[in-house]
Design a protein around this ligand. Structure first.
Ligand SMILES: [Zn+2]
Length: 291
């Protein structure tokens, strides 16, 4: 039994896509079992931390700390400009809701391209950072009553859906906030990718206290269809990473590879190099409301 379980901070849950309760255990990581639904194939953490326990971790900066995102802001700006260029193939700049906005990097890039963004994040320090940038930001979980009655041309979920206890409810709520002709933009790790399958329990995105659900192309499509959407675009997406940060992340896959890389590349040089990387294990989905 893990410490969290002893403290009663964990709960058993059903599959977030099909509602099934029959699942195969894949492996255990950080004290949490990772299972695969026998009904639809969704991979998820079960049992997992309760929403209350998770909220404490976010507010304590133990998950998605604002400092990490400020450090990677320059690379994120480049990645987010690419994502916005993709969004703009489906909708001209208008109003945009940035769910899980963090310290506001995506919203700030959107604003520079003519969008009118509103951010939402559960982390009060991140929201304060957004406001320092002059951005409108709401500190709340989603769905939030602060958004009722508002409509957006685009609802953005960058690395957001996998964090939610009930992703289906969030997608339905997002649908009610979309203006006519609006689109939903989602990025999330792809557990069906070659990278995820090759690295198994060591896969970088496998973080059971923050990523509760792991989608692949089939399960994300199924959940979007169930919640009233039609998928228009679904593909692997990369991001620009600073080489120093990329090397740190490589440690998850083995100390040896990372040590060799660090010996070959001086840290100060690595910090000046930005690389477009696409290991194929994150996907982007653009969807519209089904008529
Ligand atoms: Zn299922």
């Amino acid at each position: 039994m893990t410490l969290a379980a002893e403290q009663g901070a964990v709960e058993e849950v059903a599959c977030a896509v099909c509602g099934g309760t029959d699942a195969t255990r894949l492996f255990e990581k950080d004290g949490f079992p990772i299972v695969r639904c026998r009904g639809c194939g969704l991979v998820y953490v079960n049992p997992r931390l309760t929403p209350q326990a998770l909220a404490g971790l976010y507010e304590g900066q133990e998950i998605s700390p604002a400092a990490y995102y400020v450090r990677t802001a320059r690379q994120d700006e480049l990645s987010f400009a690419q994502r916005l260029a993709l969004i703009e193939r489906y909708h001209d700049p208008g109003t945009l809701l940035d769910l899980g906005c963090g310290p506001g990097t995506f919203s700030a890039v959107a604003r520079s391209r003519g969008w009118h963004p509103v951010g939402l994040d559960v982390n009060s320090q991140s929201v304060a950072h957004c406001r320092d940038l002059g951005l409108e930001a709401i500190c709340d979980v989603f769905p939030s009553p602060a958004l009722s009655g508002r409509r957006f041309d685009v609802v953005v979920m960058n690395d957001f859906l996998e964090h939610l206890p009930d992703p289906g409810a969030a997608l339905e709520a997002a649908g009610t906030l979309l203006a006519p002709g609006g689109v939903l933009f989602v990025t999330t790790p792809d557990v069906g990718s070659l990278m995820a399958r090759l690295t198994g329990v060591r896969w970088l995105h496998l973080k059971p206290n923050e990523h509760l659900n792991y989608f692949d192309r089939r399960t994300i499509d199924r959940l979007l269809t169930r919640t009233g959407y039609r998928v228009k675009y679904l593909r692997a997406i990369g991001r620009v990473r600073n080489l120093a940060v990329a090397l740190e992340k490589m440690r998850a896959y083995g100390e040896l590879a990372s040590t060799v890389a660090r010996l070959l590349i001086p840290v100060r040089l690595a910090e000046r190099i930005n690389l477009p990387l696409n290991p194929g294990d994150e996907m982007v989905v653009i969807a519209a409301k089904a008529d």
